[in-house]
Design a protein around this ligand. Structure first.
Ligand SMILES: *Cc1c(COP(=O)(O)O)cnc(C)c1O
Length: 370
């Protein structure tokens, strides 16, 4: 038997027994009607996660990690003429610009410091100067720091100026609010293995019907051309390429579990409660957050490493106790650690986490305190 590990990294997540068991539902061919039915069910459950997307949006699922969905979304929907404005305040926003660069599509990158909010006034001024911009691409929950970006603000700009929003919702879909109409949302990319608590291997893009009805002449990609997936999955139900069958069994189970547990609102409340409990413990140990506490979404918090504690030593001490934490990226690698609250985490696990944090961090707090 494997040792039960609690994953506090931002995906993949600790699986529930129910989702893990679904992996062994059977050996299926992806070109049989059963898999077509499963594909339709998953796509329909995905657009059902947000009630107001159900009527006007359609999903396609694809085999690949979250980045493949973001890349496919940009290949399929970012315009070859006009321009896409990318708003970045972390790795994932910057990655969207990197993808557009690789695709040689016209874009503009407004790059903020990783600890700053999106500069909406500056965005408005830039849009005044550059009328060729037709799309905005950004990240809802910037996993680099845990900031929940102000998509209401970005979306209001999109609506006022009739711009299309392309959203990386990979670490927020299923646990944060989405106001598709209010934001002029054209498409959103997500993945099975973050807030939906599925197994890694499948991701998806949900787009407005109008967007699906206007395929560009050339997406510049074969595998990442979402229009191929869309006509296949919403026609025969099949997919153009082999899908991760067992991962799809697990995703259906995870979506059922998500729904039965009360949908995105309940998941958000659950994460917030987990985050608050751990936060209380860390505050008592004088560990500080990287951002202002109100800047965080429900999914993840970033904490400054206390003086005298390296990431590696903290990681290793917690791993000994069955918890996997996550390092900072880039310039934050030696300065912070991150705790994500997704997955099948039980109250007893959180108690054990508090104890493990106390024993790993207490020596440092004694040295720090006067
Ligand atoms: C996890 C994540 C991704 C995709 O990462 P993969 O490793 O490709 O699954 C993209 N955007 C955000 C915001 C993420 O948190």
């Amino acid at each position: 038997m494997h040792k039960r590990m609690i994953l506090l990294n931002p995906g993949p997540v600790t699986l529930s027994a129910r989702v893990r068991n679904a992996l062994s539902a059977g050996d299926w061919c992806h070109r049989e009607s059963e898999f077509a039915d499963l594909t339709r069910e998953i796509n329909s459950r995905l657009v059902g996660v947000y009630a107001d997307m159900r009527d006007d949006f359609e999903s396609v699922m694809m085999t690949g990690s979250g980045t493949s969905a973001v890349e496919a979304m940009l290949a399929s929907f970012a315009p070859a003429e006009g321009s896409t404005l990318v708003l970045a305040n972390g790795i994932y926003g910057e990655r969207m610009a990197q993808i557009l660069r690789a695709q040689r599509k016209p874009h503009e990158l407004l790059q903020q410091s990783w600890t700053a909010a999106l500069p909406l006034d500056e965005v408005a001024r830039l849009l005044d100067r550059q009328p060729e911009i037709s799309h905005i691409a950004t990240v809802q929950h910037e996993t680099t720091t845990g900031r929940l970006n102000d998509i209401d603000g970005v979306g209001a700009l999109c609506r006022e100026r009739k711009l299309m929003l392309l959203l990386d919702g990979v670490s927020s879909f299923g646990a944060e609010r989405v106001d598709a109409g209010g934001w002029n949302l054209q498409a959103l990319a997500g993945t099975a293995n973050k807030c939906l608590h599925g197994v890694p291997g499948l991701s998806f893009v949900i787009a407005h019907r109008d967007a699906w009805s206007r395929p560009p002449a050339n997406t510049g990609s074969v595998y990442l051309n979402l229009f191929g997936y869309h006509s296949a999955q919403h026609g025969s139900g099949y997919s153009p390429f082999t899908q991760a069958i067992q991962v799809a069994f697990a995703l259906r189970e995870a979506l059922q579990e998500h729904d039965e547990a009360g949908g995105w609102q309940s998941r958000r409340a659950l994460y917030r409660q987990r985050a608050a409990q751990t936060h209380t413990q860390l505050s008592e140990l004088n560990v500080e957050t990287l951002l202002d506490v109100d800047a965080y979404g429900s999914v993840l918090r970033s904490y400054r490493l206390p003086v005298g504690i390296t990431y590696q030593s903290l990681h290793d001490a917690l791993k000994q106790q069955g918890f996997i934490i996550y390092a900072g990226q880039g310039e934050l690698a030696q300065r912070i650690f991150r705790l994500a609250y997704m997955g099948d985490i039980q109250p007893a696990d959180l108690e054990a986490l508090s104890a493990a944090l106390r024993s790993a961090l207490a020596p440092a707090t004694t040295t720090n305190s006067r």
